[in-house]
Design a protein around this ligand. Sequence first.
Ligand code: SF4
Length: 326
Amino acid sequence: MMQLRSYQSLPLGAKIRRSEMVIRQALEHWEDNMYVAFSGGKDSSVMLDLVWSINPNITAVFSDTGNELDSIREHVASYGDRVVWVKPKMTFWEVVDKHGWPVISKKMSDYINRCRKTKSDAVIKRHKFGLNSDGSPSPMSKIPDKWWKFVDGSIDVTNKCCGILKNDPTAEYRRQTGRFAFVGTMAGESRAREISYLNHGGCNAFDQKDPCSRPIMFWTEQDVLQYHIDKKLPMAKAYGEIKSRRGKLYCTDCQRTGCKFCLFGVHLEDGENRIQYLSRVEPESWEEFVRHGGNNVMEELGADWKPYQKPDIQQDMFDEEYEEPV
Ligand code: SF4
């Protein structure tokens, strides 16, 4: 942990040199038999730039779930045939029709789905009260009371969506090519990623079940944004511009560019949530979402789905301190 923290506090120039070293080690370990898992997002664009600065012949692979924002797809398309597009066997709407909606979190969707399908009182009890199968307490297994309406209601939910739309197509690519992935994840994004960094050999996870290299694992979002500025690296339009406020860089528009219809975590978003954002930038996609009943799911989640109305209050006092675009 101490080592991760010390890497995270390095200046950007030192981080770039360290990432380059990680990339060289991985390429040597797998004898260049690698590809870049490219999502079209800003982190992934940085990683791609770093890998290509070492070996421009490494293929980038984009998993085209059909659920990305148009501007992400445009950004990926701008790399031309240097990026290979792989597709899932089902569309997002086919996943929803067959398995249900991805809601709340992967783990909670799994628990709810189990409770909806089981005939076993023991399974229900386990998730109602948060118990292990031997009856000992397991608070993490509990479905909070507010989400029991999904167990009892008519909306199907699933934790299978990522597997079908994202993991299966890239696993198939790996199987066909025998290549190993460069992945642009960062330990600071979640506790799970931090644990993965600590338990699987740091950046080069040669020993995990699906071995891969994660050259920017010790970077922060600030590093990614600074790299974009320094290298004049293009970003998807969805992000808007990079600006600075009180010495901190930020994107003026979309803060997350994952799957546009995904409802994992949407109930936690403050201000304009991802579905409301969609109504502004891709009204046709938003209408499609409503046509498929996504508005009903949003209501069950207690999240707004109608276009966002800015609160009618005086502008944030800090707005006046916005600096010019950097
Ligand atoms: S991020 Fe959400 S919508 Fe996208 S593949 Fe995973 S579960 Fe499905």
